[in-house]
Write a protein that binds this ligand. Structure first.
Ligand code: FCB
Length: 472
């Protein structure tokens, strides 16, 4: 691994700059439904988020992704913004219903052409495309046929992966199968706060397995059609789980949350097994007989790296979680504790130590697997002032702390290859609608005007120097 440096001769009073390894990948991340808009153009079919966002009370303010940041019509402008930032990589997702409107059958030419246009612009700007195949926009027809709790959905996903890999494999070298399957399964099918909005804990556990199976099937399908140099990955929102106290009850609560939030995905994908304690914890909900012979060989098809999305730690104590809960089998044993200290506009605690804990844990548990931070960032109540500036010092501080944690992890021998800031643009923040702004570029949704925030300038400088400036 390359060395992690500090500048060689800092003046005595000056703190050193934290330098990242040569070749460190600096990116921004987005997702199709959150930015593209053009929901009905060129044959795009409805996804579960088109349906869900229209259900009364599900998304704040009744917002939908119909127009979003209108990225579909503004690709050159948005790629130019990234060129100004100097990013080396751009992580975006491909909208399944734009490419295969019903989740079956041949690809739609216009949909694939959109991603050809995007990747052409990226190539011309010298930015490497990193494509995610599934960032939560399941074609509605597949949900109507049973959704992720149904095994067939995993088969459809592998077919879709092959179709996209064949069509775009000449221009995209880095692929991610799924984004955050924990959210898709448990927020979507157990708690019901994300699409499709079901509240059936047993179905959510099936969904989780079928998402793992979909991932493995897609890895195989992509390997069959992509050049051997292609990099294939999976992005998990791993939970930096901490027990509130050292009591046995708190530690048991943390173990249950770790099983559902982390090991339910890490074990099938990297070790070809399901966590025994999780099967025992959920025995009253399911006997797991939907896991068929050979499935865990498919789920553990080798990947080239692991993507990690991190925002805040998860502090767990013994107790009960209100129903409906995204923690099947743990809801009567665990409750979640909000620490004191600074919070973002999402009410999420600001705690970069959790990222360091996760990275060093993965160094020990998954030796030899390169890691990439595929999302990290923060929402604040930003606004453009009359001079057209957006001052967001809290975001700059958040990013600084988290990148310093990544740097510390590198120094501790963690193989982190890159960092993708969530997000390039303010966008449709799922159940929160447009009220939560994660972008380093402000979007005025009425005029679609883009204004880089102070954090954008800070990020550009960090990338240009491949190092974090010293802080106060
Ligand atoms: C992650 C999602 C991403 C965005 C951020 C804030 O869970 O992957 O789409 O909403 O949270």
């Amino acid at each position: 691994m390359t060395t992690v440096g500090t500048s060689p001769h800092p003046r005595p009073t000056q703190r050193p700059r934290l330098t990242f390894p040569a070749g460190f990948r600096w990116g921004t991340a987005t997702a199709a439904y959150q930015i593209e808009g053009a929901a009905r153009e060129h044959g795009r079919g409805p996804s579960i988020w088109d349906t869900f966002s229209r259900l009364p009370g599900k998304v704040r303010n009744g917002d939908t992704g119909d127009i979003a940041a209108d990225h579909y019509h503004r690709v050159p402008q948005d790629v130019a913004l990234m060129k100004d930032l100097g990013v080396t990589d751009y992580r975006f997702s491909i909208a399944w219903p734009r490419v295969q409107p019903t989740g079956r059958g041949p690809g739609v030419r216009a949909g694939l052409d959109f991603y050809r246009r995007l990747t052409d612009e990226l190539r011309d700007a010298g930015i490497r495309p990193v494509a995610t195949l599934y960032h939560w926009d399941l074609p509605q027809e597949l949900e109507d046929a049973g959704g992720w709790p149904r095994r067939e959905t995993a088969e459809r996903f592998a077919e879709y992966a092959a179709l996209v890999g064949e069509a775009l494999g000449d221009r995209i070298a880095t692929w991610t199968t799924l984004n955050e399957p924990w959210c898709a399964a448990f927020l979507g099918y157990a708690e019901g706060v994300h699409a499709p909005g079901r509240t059936d804990p047993a179905a959510a556990l099936r969904a989780a397995h079928h998402l793992n199976l979909a991932h493995g099937g897609a890895v195989r399908a992509l390997r069959a059609v992509l050049p051997s140099t292609a990099e294939i990955s999976l992005t998990l929102n791993l939970h930096a789980v901490r027990a509130l106290t050292d009591s046995e009850a708190d530690r048991d609560a943390a173990r249950r949350v770790d099983a559902l939030g982390n090991r339910l995905f890490l074990d099938p994908v990297f070790h070809g097994r399901l966590p025994d304690d999780l099967c025992a914890d959920t025995a009253s909900l399911t006997d797991w007989s939907f896991v068929r012979e050979g499935d865990l060989t498919v789920t553990s098809s080798p990947v080239d790296s692991l993507g990690i999305n991190y925002y805040a730690p998860t502090i767990v104590a013994s107790g009960t979680h209100p129903s409906p809960s995204p923690w099947p089998g743990a809801e009567r044993h665990a409750r979640f504790v909000q620490p004191s200290g600074p919070r973002t506009a999402m009410d999420w605690p600001v705690d970069a130590e959790g990222l360091y804990e996760l990275l060093t844990r993965l160094r020990d548990e998954l030796p030899g697997v390169p890691l990439v931070i595929t999302e990290n960032g923060a929402a604040y109540d930003d606004y453009a002032d009359p001079e057209g500036n957006v001052h967001d010092p809290e975001r700059v501080a958040y990013l600084h702390e988290h990148l310093a944690a990544v740097h510390r992890a590198l120094a501790a021998g963690v193989d982190v290859r890159g960092y993708f800031l969530w997000s390039l643009l303010d966008n449709f923040e799922w159940a929160y609608g447009y009220g939560k702004r994660f972008g380093i570029v402000h979007v005025d949704f009425a005029s679609q005007r883009r204004t880089p925030k102070d954090s954008a300038r800070w990020y550009a400088e960090t990338i240009a120097r491949n190092s974090l400036p010293p802080r106060g």
